[in-house]
Design a protein around this ligand. Structure first.
Ligand SMILES: [Zn+2]
Length: 119
């Protein structure tokens, strides 16, 4: 098991294993967040936080919500708003302990336009 933690420690996200690849997406939101996404089955991602410790952002087609720590602002995960929109969830790999993601291949996703990987 691996835990991603926000800066202040109020929000933890548990996943079963180290990611195999990371995704650097250039869509209008991800490029602003500056996140590196790791993907898991939605049921494998456990967000541990006190009630009210997180905020979320939902935009565009309203298929997913982006969850951040209400105190320190770190972007933690995205999750689909309904299983009919897909079974994956994203975890911001930048919140794993330093060094955990060293050496993992980073793939560039053209989320701004074609939704294809650029490599
Ligand atoms: Zn925090």
């Amino acid at each position: 098991m691996l835990t991603a933690t926000c800066h202040c420690g109020a929000v933890n996200v548990e996943v079963p294993r180290r990611p195999r690849t990371l995704t650097d997406c250039n869509c209008s939101l991800c490029r602003r967040y500056g996140v590196l996404w790791s993907y898991y089955k939605a049921g494998d991602v456990k967000v541990r936080a006190k009630r009210g410790a997180t905020d979320e952002y939902i935009w565009g087609h309203k298929t997913q919500r982006f969850v951040r720590c209400k105190t320190c602002g770190c972007v933690m995960t995205w999750a689909k708003l309904s299983p009919r929109f897909g079974s994956r969830a994203g975890v911001n790999a930048r919140n794993f302990e330093a060094g955990v993601i060293d050496g993992i291949r980073v793939r560039r996703l053209d989320g701004a336009d074609t939704w294809k990987y650029l490599d």
